[in-house]
Each structure stands twice: as C-alpha cells, then as structure tokens.
Design a protein around this ligand. Sequence first.
Ligand code: GLU
Length: 279
Amino acid sequence: MSGAESGVPVVGRLAPTPTGFLHLGHAWTFSMAHRRVRECGGRLLLRIEDLDLQRCKEEFVEGALEDFRWLGLDWDGAPEFQSRREELYLDAWRRLRDGGFVYRCGRSRKEMSTLAPHVEEPVFPVEWRGSVEEARCHETPSGWNWRFRVPDGRRVVFDDQTFGPIEKMAQKDFGDFLVWNRDGIPSYELAVVVDDLAMGITEVVRGADLLTSTARQLLLYEALGGCAPVWCHCQLVCDAEGRRLAKRSGGLALRELRRRGMSPAEVLELAAAGVVNPC
Ligand code: GLU
C-alpha cells in the first residue's frame, strides 16, 4: 500500500550525494521519486548527502541542482545538508549505545577485505563482535568505528513497490554494519534513517543497489523506535556493456547528454531502454 492509499500525506525526498555529476541512472530514479510524489499531491524535500567532506564538492552540489532544474524536478522548501546535522546523528548514536545496539570495533577495512577478497561487502564475522556493555563506557563515538549488532539469523522482510516482497537474512546477506566511522562521521545507513525520520519521509525511492541497505535500515528503524517509509527501489540503468552506471561513467553524465543536444524526455527514454534488474 502506498502512502497515498493509506491516507497519510506523502513526503518524499531527493537525496543526491555530491561526489560527482549526475548520470542517466540518477535521472531515472529521481524522476520516479518526483513523479510518484507529485501525482498524489505530496511534498518533496531535498537533502544533500554531503557527509564525506573529502569527496563531496560544492561544484557537484551546484551541478545536481542545475540537472534537477533541467529535468523539471522541483522540490519544496530549502535544501537540508547532512554536513550540518551532526547533533541529530550523535543523539541517535547515544540512543543506540544506551539501548545496547552498538559496539566499538577495532577491525580495519584491510582485515575485512582479506576475509573475502572478491566480495564487495563481506559479512562481518560474529566472532569479531565487540561488547555492547563496554560501549556504555563511551561518552562519544569519536576515534572508533562503531557497528550495529545485527540479531543472529534475523529474517528481514519488506514489501517493495517495484519488486514485491523482499527477504534478506542476517549473517547471510549482511552482517553487523557500521553506524559510525573512525574518521568522525556517521555511516550512510545511520544518517539516512535519522534524517528520513526527522524529516517525516513517508516514501523512499532509490536504486535497487540499495535493497540490502534497506534491510539494515529497517533494523535501525526498529532500534530507534520509528515508523519505516514505503519503499520503492528502481531498476538499475546499465551502459552498453551491461555495467551499472557509476559517477565515473562520464559519457552518460546528464550534462554531457545535454551538451549533445538531448532533451530531458529523450534522456528518460534512453534510461528506460537501459534499465535492468539488480544482480
Ligand atoms: N545519496 C544516495 C545516492 O545518491 C541515495 C541514498 C538513499 O536514497 O537512501 O545514491
């Protein structure tokens, strides 16, 4: 059931990460987010996901806004910037610590990658877990990685507007995941859930590459005591070689297509021709 069908006013969001220029896949996803909200008279908020200050650039923020305008995607109110919301994330971290949901983790990315060298995101081994009791001795997350302790063998099920029922198993599809990074910033998973809750988001539209993240995020909703939104994951757009688009797929950047004289409608047609199911 969508938010509109349930009678709750729909609040959606556009949430670009300004680490590069938007490409065809973004046009597809963001247009879907916009269309679904506008069709039911809901509100659409804009959130710039700029927590990674090393990789995010002002140029890409400006670029995303320009591309949205060109595509005809408008939003309501002033944009929010994740980089200005640290207090909210810290508050959520304290609640997770107090609730016994997180622990300090000394394992490095290198150690993780030696577990399964060819796997993008290996499942964190339960033997490497830290103590949620010890976590209570920390006033702040500072200086450490912090992980969410995923309930053993937990089956997370949700209904997706595109793909129908989705099931992900803890310790098989995903393991204990980061909520805070040693370099002082909250993880994507934590920041997104905290913001979607604080901004009253009722509907999340994003790429199908984030289906497993949704399972993790549902556990955070549960731990933080919030109501999860309606999920709509969009099929991914691939390039001519069948590879998923990345910000480095420069040739399919919206500004490049625009420079070649394509119209927004032609861009969306091209995207529609390239959509594939998630791997
Ligand atoms: N910022 C993410 C992106 O640009 C989207 C995150 C989300 O929608 O949850 O891919």
